[in-house]
Design a binder for this molecule. Sequence first.
Ligand code: BTN
Length: 260
Amino acid sequence: MSSCARSLDGAVDHPRILGASIVRMGTVTSTMDIVRQLERLGAAEGITVIAASQTRGRGRAGRSWQSPESAGLYCSILLRPRISPYRFQPFSIAVGLALCEALDPDQQIGLRLKWPNDIVYQEKKLAGILLTTSLGGALVESAILGIGLNLHPDTARPDHAISLTEIPGSNPAAVEQLFESIARMIGLRYDAILCEDPERALADADARLALLGRAVAIEDGSMTHFGQVIGIDDRGALQLATSSGIVAISSGELTRGPRS
Ligand code: BTN
């Protein structure tokens, strides 16, 4: 029986399962480490660790994630999708969209998803997503989703960062409340992934995409692609209009303008 069929008969309800079991901690190295340990111990899907601070918070591409005490939401969630990597592929973009949706439901604030994984306000980074996966045979056996969201200003953060309280019109609720709405939105999109409905998983992608229509450069290993952002496809790849036609880029680091 597919994961989706289980969700329809009520046995699996991802919007509710995600965040239903929360472990709150003080200072940890990284919530990714704690959830990894829980995963090895056989913890159920949805278990979430939220820490007050991290001493070795990790970001994408080997970067660190500044995690000062009580200045942000630092959490990791365990997933057990058991679907192919191909079907799971749009998930990380779906999470970014879910974060935008939870924090800016009516698109009044102007939060945007900077492909692939950053939530930005006027090009300043508000939140980031780190996703690790473990394969079991041909399936994604487990995944750990880490989310870092800046809630209050802190001098430890880089200049290009911003916190929710600094953004006009935002609603910087308590961490618990924010996490609840974030988990719900991620759960809905996760459910769509399990139901093989990438269109629902990536709903509103173009409307929430940063740099839409702009000239960008994307560095992917030794390759750099230049072009104009035209959207996100149903695998979560960024569609670029380049001098040799439209290309879909599935990974890389995006910067504004050619060589900017
Ligand atoms: C990025 O933008 O580079 C991703 C940042 C992810 C940070 C979060 S904070 C909670 C979880 N624990 C970590 O060590 N990293 C993620």
